[in-house]
Ligand binder design. Structure first.
Ligand code: HEM
Ligand SMILES: CC(C)=CCC/C(C)=C/CC/C(C)=C/COP(=O)(O)OP(=O)(O)O
Length: 300
C-alpha cells in the first residue's frame, strides 16, 4: 500500500493534481519561504513598491524552477519510487504520467521561471537558480544519490541555496549574511533527512539506495544526527552574533535548537520509529519557525 498525501489540492482536475504532486508542493513552499526571508533580510527597513514587485517575481521564478527540479527528480527516480511505500503513489511511479509529458512539464516550468528571473529580477539570480536546479536534478539525483551515503550532505547544498537566491534577487550580490543562512539549512538537512530515513529504513533497503541507516546502521546514523544538531545549534546563533537578527530571533533560536537537540539526544539514547517520526516533524517546525523569527525580528 502506498501513502499518497490525502489533502493534495482536492479541487483540482485530476491531471493537474498529478502534475502538481510532481512538484513536491509542501517542500517547495518551505523552500520559497526561505528564499523570501533572504529577500526580507537583504532590504533594510520596509521595502519600496518596486522592491515588493521584484520579491514577488523572484518568489514565482524560484518556485517554478524548484518545481521543475522536483518533477525532473520524479522522472529519473520512477523505478525507485515504485519500490518505496512512501513514493509508490507518484504518477510517474505508477506510469500514469509518461516521461515525455513529465520532462516537457519540467522544461516548461524551468524555462518560464528562468525567463521571469532573467527579465524581471536579475541575471545573477537566474544563473544561481539554474545552478541549483542542476545541483538537485543532476548532481544530487543522478550522480550522488545512488553513489554514496553522503549524498544528502553534499546534495543538501542545493536545498540550502534559497536564502542566497533571495538575497541576490534584491541586491544583485551574494552577501556573507546570505551564506550564514545557507549554512543553517545545509547543517539542518542531515538531521532532517536521516530522522525520516531511520523510520523508513525498510523502504530505502528495498530501493537499493545507499542511505546512511542502510549502509551504516541505526546507531551510527543517530550519532550523526546528534552531532549535526549540536553544530546546527552553534550555526543558529550566528545571525544574532553577526547582528543580522536581534533578541526575538535569539530566544526563538535557543528554544528551537534546544528542542531539536533534545529530540536528537532522546533518539540517540532510546530509538523508536515513533520518536524518529516526531524528530522529522520537529525538523520542519524548527526551520519554519527559525526563519519566521528572523522575519518578525526584522520588522520590530
Ligand atoms: C537533500 C536535501 C533534502 C532531502 C534529501 C530531503 C528529504 C525529504 C524527504 C524524503 C521528505 C519526504 C517525507 C515524506 O514523504 O513523508 C521530505 C519532506 C519535507 N522536506 Fe525535505 N529534504 C531535503 C531538503 C529539504 C529542504 C532544503 C527543505 C526546505 C527548506 C525541505 C522541506 C521539507 C518539507 C516541508 C517536507 C514535508 C513534506 C510533506 O509534508 O509533504 N527539505 N524531505
Ligand atoms: C531551484 C531550486 C531552488 C531547487 C531546489 C532543489 C530542491 C527541490 C530541493 C529540495 C530537496 C528535496 C525535495 C529533497 C527530497 O529528497 P529526495 O528527492 O531524495 O526525496 P524523494 O525520495 O521524496 O524523491
Amino acid at each position: 500500500m502506498s501513502t499518497a498525501p490525502t489533502s493534495l489540492a482536492p479541487t483540482m482536475p485530476s491531471v493537474w493534481r498529478q502534475y502538481h504532486a510532481l512538484t513536491k508542493p509542501r517542500v517547495i513552499q518551505l523552500i520559497v519561504f526561505c528564499a523570501l526571508i533572504g529577500m526580507v533580510l537583504a532590504v533594510p527597513g520596509l521595502p519600496s513598491w518596486a522592491q515588493l514587485q521584484t520579491a514577488a517575481l523572484a518568489c514565482l521564478g524560484i518556485w517554478l524552477v524548484a518545481g521543475a527540479a522536483a518533477a525532473f527528480n520524479c522522472v529519473v527516480e520512477q523505478q525507485i519510487d515504485a519500490k518505496m511505500r512512501r513514493t509508490a503513489w507518484r504518477p510517474t511511479a505508477k506510469g500514469e504520467l509518461g516521461n515525455v509529458r513529465t520532462l516537457t512539464f519540467s522544461a516548461v516550468l524551468c524555462a518560464l521561471g528562468s525567463a521571469i528571473l532573467y527579465l524581471w529580477v536579475n541575471p545573477l539570480t537566474m544563473w544561481l537558480t539554474f545552478a541549483t536546479f542542476v545541483g538537485y536534478a543532476v548532481i544530487y539525483t543522478v550522480i550522488l544519490k545512488p553513489l554514496t551515503p553522503q549524498n544528502i550532505v553534499i546534495g543538501g547544498a542545493s536545498g540550502a541555496m534559497p536564502p542566497v537566491l533571495g538575497w541576490a534577487a534584491m541586491t544583485g550580490v551574494v552577501a556573507p549574511e546570505a551564506l550564514i543562512l545557507f549554512l543553517i539549512i545545509f547543517l539542518w538537512t542531515p538531521p532532517h533527512f536521516w530522522a525520516l530515513a531511520l523510520y523508513r529504513v525498510e523502504d530505502y533497503r528495498k530501493s537499493g539506495l545507499p542511505m546512511l541507516p542502510v549502509t551504516h546502521g541505526s546507531e551510527f546514523t543517530r550519532l550523526q544526527i546528534l552531532l549535526y544538531t549540536f553544530v546546527l545549534f552553534a550555526a543558529c546563533l550566528m545571525p544574532f552574533i553577526m547582528r543580522m537578527s536581534g533578541w526575538v530571533y535569539l530566544v526563538a533560536a535557543l528554544a528551537l535548537s534546544v528542542g531539536f537537540c533534545g529530540y536528537a539526544w532522546a533518539l540517540w539514547r532510546n530509538y523508536s520509529d515513533a520518536l524518529a517520526r516526531k524528530t522529522f516533524r520537529f525538523s520542519l517546525w524548527h526551520l519554519s519557525l527559525l526563519f519566521a523569527a528572523m522575519l518578525i525580528d526584522h520588522y520590530i
